[in-house]
Design a protein around this ligand. Structure first.
Ligand code: H79
Length: 437
């Protein structure tokens, strides 16, 4: 299931000019929410099998058989997240330093979070009857936050032609029949394309986050279908960005067919790319709310992922899985606020940076202000009075602790600079030193 890294061929434009905001912002929020948030990883008292991806419960609940479609789809009768407050989500994201929110408009189960005219399997046919995408996109506009949509274009477990997981992998009973190309084409024409059109026309998402991962997806997401989908999006809104999990390993142009590269889930690469790129990752192990998943990353671990990607010129899209009530879980809120506290004094060392030639060091990561002139040293385990050797750093004019402005002693070598942290430094998080060159 490894993503093949597709080279950008010479002569093809590497960056869509409309992606400037995307590389600038560096940090965004991903939201996995839907009727799968209700069972939250447990079906009839039994935890789902195979892995922790709670949004997969239709296939992984009642493991290994899966849940009969009609029984799963009856969850719509219970969908009533009355504490959903779009403004509250946006405020938490903004406070954490994020510049965008991307929500699962339709995940693999096929259920749409907006009043879709294309399919009745949507939020208006639940007790809730509110346009979640409409409320969230309005709240984003109000707070200057970009709004974006995840859309599962390959897998769809509601439409009779939509993509299904590989039958050997998900031992459902009865076994999933293999789709024919005719069936999939019907799904493509009558659900996928018209729903993407609705999303763009109704909510003007700043980007669309499509989702395939090698496996057998290119049998269904062919180059012709990708071009049809890309063409539709470009015609409707040329500013709408498209991610590589559209299926670019099956496209002759590779990554150049789209606007930004998405890594595999929770993959933070050792090297950057010469096209905008991002990692989407989870706070615990599941994307959608999972009532038994208590393995949460600390805020400091999350910040380390963010800084690592920023040092290589990449973005980070951090996921939250709201509760069935519509509220963010307190574990997620706490981490977002801890990240926000760090961001308050150190945000400039992430937002508006570009790939740094210095990147990884023994003690942490280096980010670089866009256009140069300033490096930011992110010291992961700062100790008062410690000497930090920065390989490759030359021409230092001055160095100071970003939070306090304390000036630091710099000893210049030929191929490095040694900077001494202040004796008064008390820091239990990542310390940032700003170095002017
Ligand atoms: O929406 C989320 C997932 O439901 C969907 N994409 C993200 C954004 C997705 N479902 N399956 N996959 C992606 C394929 C990923 C499989 C793997 Fe793993 C991730 C293989 C290794 C890491 C999950 C965790 C399976 C084994 C461990």
């Amino acid at each position: 299931m490894e993503i093949q890294e597709v080279p950008v061929s010479a002569g093809q434009s590497k960056a869509n000019p409309h992606a400037a905001w995307f590389t600038q912002q560096r940090f965004g929020m991903f939201v996995h929410f839907g009727i799968n948030s209700i069972p939250a990883g447990v079906w009839k008292g039994v935890p789902m099998g195979r892995n922790w991806y709670a949004e997969w419960i239709q296939m992984q609940g009642n493991w290994p058989k899966g849940i009969p479609a009609a029984e799963y789809q009856a969850l719509t009768k219970q969908f009533n997240p009355v504490k959903f407050d779009a403004d509250a989500w946006v405020r938490e994201a903004k406070n954490a330093g994020m510049g965008s929110i991307c929500i699962t408009s339709k995940h693999h189960d096929g259920f749409a979070l907006w009043p879709s005219k294309v399919s009745a399997y949507n939020v208006m046919n639940t007790p809730f009857k509110r346009d979640i995408l409409g409320e969230l996109s309005n709240a984003c506009a109000k707070h200057g936050m970009k709004f974006a949509c995840y859309y599962s274009h390959w897998l769809d477990w509601e439409h009779p032609g939509g993509g299904l997981p590989h039958p050997d992998e998900f031992k459902s009973e009865p076994r999933h029949p293999k789709r024919t190309q005719e069936q999939f084409e019907k799904y493509w024409q009558e659900k996928c394309l018209p729903q993407v059109r609705e999303l763009i026309e109704n909510y003007h998402p700043a980007f669309l986050w499509f989702d395939t991962w090698a496996a057998n997806s290119s049998e269904w997401i062919t180059e012709a279908r990708m071009d049809e989908l890309i063409g539709l999006i470009r015609r409707l809104d040329p500013t709408c960005l498209i991610n590589s999990r559209l299926g670019t390993w099956g496209h002759s142009k590779g990554y150049a067919a789209v606007d930004f590269i998405s890594m595999m889930d929770n993959h933070f690469p050792e090297k950057g790319f010469d096209q905008p790129w991002e990692t989407s990752g989870t706070m615990n192990r599941s994307w959608a709310c999972h009532q038994l998943d208590h393995e949460w990353h600390t805020a400091k671990e999350i910040l380390t992922f963010l800084i690592k990607n920023a040092s290589r010129g990449g973005n980070y899209q951090l996921n939250v899985g709201p509760l069935p009530t519509g509220e963010l879980p307190v574990q997620a809120i706490r981490r977002l606020r801890e990240i926000g506290a760090w961001w308050l004094v150190n945000g400039e060392a992430v937002r508006g940076t570009e790939a740094s030639d210095l990147q990884a060091q023994k003690w942490g990561f280096v980010t670089k202000k866009k256009g140069g002139g300033m490096y930011y040293l992110h010291v992961l385990e700062p100790r008062a009075g410690a000497e930090i050797v920065v390989r490759g750093l030359r021409g230092v004019k001055q160095a100071r602790v970003l939070e306090t402005g304390q000036a630091l002693d710099v000893l210049a070598g030929n191929e490095h600079a040694a900077i001494t942290l202040p004796a008064e430094l008390r820091e239990n998080n990542i310390a940032v030193v700003a170095v002017e060159v």
